[in-house]
Ligand binder design. Structure first.
Ligand code: NAD
Length: 301
């Protein structure tokens, strides 16, 4: 396999596409924002005029767009991949969307002889640049096997989750947990500070008990507790992922009291102007409300 089309060149898609180009693949790119393609075109990628046009000569089509309606538009819309792609081509959607949309897209593509894999990713844009993402893969085993030489350029952790749609299902429930840990950790750091603890105290205790979670122990020290609000993982995306997970839960009549509360807190964060900040910036919102500041000593406050 030599020729790849890549659609959606944002914070995640661009570094992934760069790795494919530098990995020796013949790359065609498309993004609705022309500027997003510029650095890849300068590095030797070919420009497509639509998802349909991008797919015409590709042996594999990758997509990395924000939300479920975007993924559906790119795949099935009037200028979508479906109308250009050849039978036998692989279609890999890396977007974080819901499995119901994934399977709807997959059914239409399968009818045209296209082999779809859903492959949302975990970790950050830095990991995308370094080829150290977690890939959560859903689809036929043989199709995943065929794509592994390409996936190997992108990640260091590969989880086969089952049939098509199980990759996005895994990503939805994963971020459901991660965002709840994020929200509860922000509250706990503020409560503890008001009660006279330092964040160092709290990190030591959380790290030694069943309260241990990667949001509190890894994300918060690197971001909000150090006064760094640059994403990491943007609050608006975390909010979107929770919305997708709750929509999925509702479609199966599953109760979501904690998820719903988390969604509301994150919606407040987005409304407070923190949507493009790191998810841990929820801490700032709670600090303001409580009239306190929670920072590690090494950051000077
Ligand atoms: P982004 O907004 O930075 O980039 C999305 C890109 O898709 C943009 O360049 C946009 O112009 C393009 N796009 C949107 N609709 C399009 C269409 N119809 N046709 C062509 N291009 C289109 O978002 P991102 O951070 O790259 O996230 C992409 C996906 O990856 C999301 O589903 C997100 O949840 C997931 N994700 C992001 C991160 C992260 O840290 N940023 C981590 C893991 C997963």
């Amino acid at each position: 396999m030599k020729s790849i089309a890549f659609i959606g060149l944002g914070a995640m898609g661009k570094p992934i596409a760069e790795r494919l180009l530098h990995g020796g693949y013949d790359l065609t790119v498309f993004d609705v924002h022309r500027d997003a393609m510029a650095s890849l075109l300068a590095a030797g990628a070919r420009e497509a005029t639509s998802p349909k046009n991008a797919a015409v000569h590709a042996q594999a089509v990758f997509t990395m767009v924000p939300d479920a309606p975007d993924a559906e538009e790119v795949a099935l819309g009037p200028d979508g991949v479906l109308h250009g792609i050849r039978a036998g081509t692989y279609y890999v959607d890396m977007s974080t969307i819901d499995p119901i949309t994934t399977r709807r897209i997959g059914a239409r593509l399968a009818a045209a002889g296209v082999k779809m894999i859903d492959c949302p990713v975990g970790r950050t844009t830095r990991h995308a640049r370094e080829g150290k993402l977690v890939l959560m893969m859903g689809g036929e085993s043989a199709d995943i096997d065929a794509m592994m030489p390409i996936f190997g350029l992108l990640g260091d952790t590969f989880i086969r989750c089952g049939p098509l749609g199980n990759g996005t299902a895994a990503k939805c429930v994963n971020n459901y947990v991660a965002m709840a840990c994020n929200a509860i950790s922000a509250e706990a750091f503020v409560i503890g500070t008001k009660a006279g603890l330092t964040p160092e105290h709290m990190l030591d205790v959380f790290g030694s008990t069943m309260a241990s979670n990667a949001q509190a122990l890894q994300v918060y020290p690197q971001f909000a507790l150090s006064g760094n609000t640059e994403p990491g993982f943007m609050m608006a995306l975390g909010h979107k992922d929770l919305r997708l997970a709750i929509g999925l839960a509702r479609s199966y009549d599953c109760a979501v009291p904690v998820g719903q509360a988390t969604l509301e807190v994150m919606a407040q964060g987005v409304e407070a102007g923190l949507g493009r900040k790191d998810c841990s910036s929820l801490l700032l919102m709670h600090e303001r409300a409580a009239g306190t500041t929670v920072r590690l000593k090494a950051t000077g406050s």
